[in-house]
Design a binder for this molecule. Structure first.
Ligand code: SF4
Length: 387
């Protein structure tokens, strides 16, 4: 079968199975990306979550030796929760970033790409293919850019004209020589809204991200959150969306094409206090199916403590004292102590003082000292939720 006709058939089939955008690219080396990644590595700007060597990430032939083309797909996800639960004074809520609402997109995109592979295989039995979604070696964004799915914004997101940057990306490397689609032109122009809005300056310049300073990355780490970033995450317990929210291309974009990505309101915006005492089993049952659970419950609990501090939630003090006194994990005990100090009730300070008598971990002790130091500078006004 001619690849020209096959391409048309694949595009038609992709619509049938609910793929919002599809594009075709050559499997040539991503030379520009290779240089950028080397620079990022030298500068220490990588997150550490990247898979594979720079060569594997930029040379498709290393992943599929007979690679000729890459098919890129995009699925749009919602940006608003319909009738979402409100965070109340009695029951404060955290929030997962939009990319973690609904079922883990890795699974959904892999399933779509699996169907696409089966479709191609049926038409061309000798076709070879390799599927990748986010955690593979290739840069989904670089592939999508080359395949004309969208342009790469200064916020380092893939921006599509139809769905803004609220899209998940995945790709399929193949030995079939498809005619490539045309990349889109850059659409940022002189806009700098995302750079101006980034609270940590992680977007060092248009299109360049220092992942180590990115709040989306910092919410996923397992150690202590850097002091200067704690007040910036607000009620985000996983990921951070500001650089997408401010982007003009995302204005009024709220796509609900896929039932899998519909947010379950109580999961996407969970109550914070119950999160502090959630068991492993409950955590798996409640959050195991969403992308934001991939690092386990510890970072989410640490962030929940910081979010409660952000709200100055006095109703959480008893739960937080229990965590500070009993949790076996130093990061959680220490963050609880810091957050208690931030809330700043007499009970909270007394509990931190008492806990210093029994604590032996040096890092936790340091957090307790920071918590007690808020006694001098306590502000009592509660803060607002970010979403
Ligand atoms: Fe580009 Fe402006 Fe969107 Fe940033 S906010 S990605 S500069 S259009």
């Amino acid at each position: 079968m001619k690849t020209e006709q096959l391409k048309k058939d694949i595009v038609a089939y992709s619509r049938e199975i609910g793929i919002d955008k599809i594009g075709f690219a050559s499997a040539d080396v991503f030379a520009g990306l290779k240089d950028r990644l080397k620079r990022q590595q030298e500068l220490g700007y990588q997150s550490g979550f990247e898979k594979g060597s720079i060569e594997e990430r930029t040379e498709p032939e290393r992943l599929l030796p007979e690679a000729q083309s890459i098919i890129s797909i995009a699925l749009a996800y919602p940006s608003r929760i319909k009738d979402g639960p409100k965070s109340t004074k009695e029951e404060r809520r955290g929030v997962f970033c939009r990319a973690s609402w609904g079922v883990d997109y890795h699974e959904v995109l892999r399933e779509k790409l699996g169907k696409l592979s089966a479709f191609i295989k049926e038409k061309v039995p000798e076709a070879s293919m390799k599927v990748m979604v986010d955690t593979g070696e290739l840069s989904d964004r670089a592939v999508a850019e080359r395949a004309g799915i969208g342009f790469s914004g200064k916020n380092t997101a893939m921006i599509t004209p139809e769905f803004g940057s609220y899209v998940y990306l995945g790709e399929l490397i193949t030995n079939l020589p498809f005619i490539p689609d045309t990349p889109l032109e850059d659409g940022c122009g002189s806009c700098t809204k995302c750079l101006d809005a980034c609270p940590t300056g992680a977007l060092v310049q248009g299109g360049q991200l220092n992942a180590q300073r990115c709040l989306a990355f910092l919410t996923q780490t397992k150690g202590f959150m850097p002091d200067e970033d704690r007040s910036k995450i607000g009620n985000f317990i996983y990921g951070f969306d500001t650089c997408q929210v401010v982007c003009p291309y995302n204005k009024k974009i709220d796509v609900h094409h896929h039932p899998e990505f519909e947010p379950e309101p109580d999961v996407a915006k969970p109550k914070l206090k119950p999160l502090l005492r959630i068991s492993n089993r409950e955590f798996k049952n409640t959050f195991g199916h969403i992308a934001g659970s991939w690092r386990g419950k510890k970072p989410l609990q640490r962030n929940a403590l910081i979010a409660l501090a952000h709200y100055k939630d006095e109703t959480a003090v008893d739960d937080m004292i229990a965590v500070m006194n009993n949790d076996p994990r130093p990061v959680i005990r220490g963050t609880a102590a810091w957050s208690l100090g931030k809330i700043g009730t007499d009970e909270a300070f007394a509990a931190i003082e008492a806990a210093t008598e029994k604590e032996s971990d040096e890092q936790v002790m340091a957090e307790m000292e920071k918590g007690l130091a808020f006694n001098k500078f306590a502000e009592k006004s509660p803060s607002k939720s970010v979403i």
